[in-house]
Design a protein around this ligand. Structure first.
Ligand code: FAS
Ligand code: PHB
Length: 403
């Protein structure tokens, strides 16, 4: 079959790209290795930058987000048994973040694409991509996506391929190794996360630094909590009955005045995720363009993974629209440099939040005091708290490639 843009992966990056292209009258076909149900049920991100939420609303897929999303105007840092609020209204020009689970983002996008007649192949197997590296201006090569669906071999011939297939996908590895530079840092810890049917015990997120390890109180709705504790990167979840998880959460989130209590409830999901910072340079090769986790991974401490994927897609959709409208390649050729400018700033912020809030086994007593001093500085200095706030709500888009 023939289409304009072939998209590998129906996560938030692939689905949003297909949606934005559709709004520009550009046809795309999405190839996804899992079922729609599997993709929608994966427990992933939960926090949208205001710019992400605004884009979903402005492009007609934000009605449920507007009804159900929880708008937050700040977060709490908790250390030394005391809470310190980072006020976005005061420090980040009134920008906010919205609690709205990735499950619902992808469900809303699936509905929009399928209701608009969009083509998505689910449970595609043995996906491969071809003839993209040398395709482009002056070349007659046409990029192709090949896969098997219900036992039948299929091929999509397209002008451009978007690699939105996540960190473990096939697109990035399909780029010749000598055409890529990889930047990677693996952290010596992970997060053990739970979904609990209990009303969140704080109106906003609580990031806690504690001598037993980091903890985060987040949420999915007024009735569903999302909580995390720092753990070993290869932690065996079977050794963590609910009681043990709650005991750690009580200990790490406690306030010294003893006035704050953590509401417990049935744990409906639990899991361990590793943490890494990972960047691919460049994010394109010929007529293949990587977006989202296919190109980069951030530690979740800054709540940036999903939001960075959206920022990539915003640039890629504009570049592809310019190409089809004018034949100009400018934005397409600058795609990677524009995205990487944001990617590295978000990597820095995510690394900074992770390094400030987590215990590192290689650290000593000096480092513990240094971390506490950094938290005290952030909590007591307007300048320092403003840097956290402006990064957390989302930096403005920069459309010019770095000088
Ligand atoms: P995704 O991985 O979401 O989507 C890629 C899609 O490609 C998937 O549907 C996959 O099935 C498909 N695919 C893979 N290989 C394929 C192939 N060969 N052929 C066809 N399709 C293929 N971010 C946050 O901001 N906050 C969080 O709390 C947070 N928690 C996370 C927890 C976990 C366990 C993980 C893994 C990630 C978490 N993230 C979090 C990051 C996450 O939300 C990603 O940033 C986000 O899903 C990125 O979206 P995509 O780039 O679309 O990649
Ligand atoms: C979440 O709600 O899953 C979440 C929120 C903030 C983070 C990480 C995860 O920094």
């Amino acid at each position: 079959m023939r289409t304009q843009v072939g998209i590998v992966g129906a996560g938030p990056a692939g689905l949003l790209l297909s949606h934005l292209l559709h709004l520009h009258g550009i046809e795309s076909v999405v190839v996804e290795s899992r079922s729609r149900q599997y993709v929608e049920e994966r427990v992933r991100a939960g926090l949208l930058e205001q710019m992400t939420a605004d884009l979903l609303v402005e492009t007609g897929v934000g009605a449920r987000l507007q009804r159900e999303g929880l708008v937050h105007h700040g977060i709490f840092l908790r250390f030394g048994g005391r809470s310190h609020r980072i006020d976005f209204d005061e420090l980040a020009g009134g920008h906010t973040v919205v609690i709205y689970p990735q499950n619902k983002v992808v469900a809303d996008l699936f509905d929009a694409r399928l209701n608009a007649g969009g083509q998505i192949f689910f449970e595609a197997q043995e996906t491969s991509i071809h003839d993209f590296a040398e395709a482009g201006p002056g070349s007659s090569l046409k990029p192709k996506i090949r896969f098997r669906e219900h036992g039948e071999s299929r091929e999509i011939v397209c002008d451009l391929i978007a690699g939105c297939d996540g960190f473990h996908g096939i697109c990035r590895p399909s780029i010749p190794r000598d055409r890529l530079a990889i930047f990677d840092r693996i952290y010596p810890f992970g997060w053990l996360g739970i979904l609990a049917e209990a009303p969140p015990s704080s109106p906003e997120l609580v990031y806690a630094y504690h001598e037993r390890g980091f903890a985060l109180l987040s949420m999915r709705s007024p009735h569903l909590g999302r909580l995390y504790i720092q753990c070993a990167p290869d932690e065996d979840i079977e050794k963590w009955p609910d009681e043990r998880i709650w005991a750690e959460l009580h200990a790490r989130l406690a306030t010294s005045d003893g006035k704050w209590t953590l509401a417990e409830g049935p744990v409906v999901q639990k899991g361990v995720t590793g943490m890494r910072s990972f960047v691919t340079e460049p994010m394109q090769c010929g007529r293949l363009f990587l977006a989202g986790d296919a190109a980069h991974i951030v530690p979740p401490t800054g709540a940036k993974g999903l939001n960075l994927a959206v920022a990539d897609v915003r640039v890629l959709a504009r570049a592809i629209a310019e190409y089809y409208a004018t034949g100009k390649e400018g934005l397409l050729q600058s795609y990677s440099r524009i995205c990487l400018r944001r990617v590295w700033k978000v990597q820095r912020f995510s690394w900074w939040m992770t390094s400030m809030l987590h215990l590192f086994e290689t650290d000593n007593a000096f480092d513990r005091r240094r971390q506490l001093a950094e938290l005290d500085y952030v909590a007591s200095s307007r300048a320092a708290s403003q840097t956290l706030a402006e990064n957390y709500v989302g930096l403005p888009m920069e459309w010019d490639p770095p000088k």
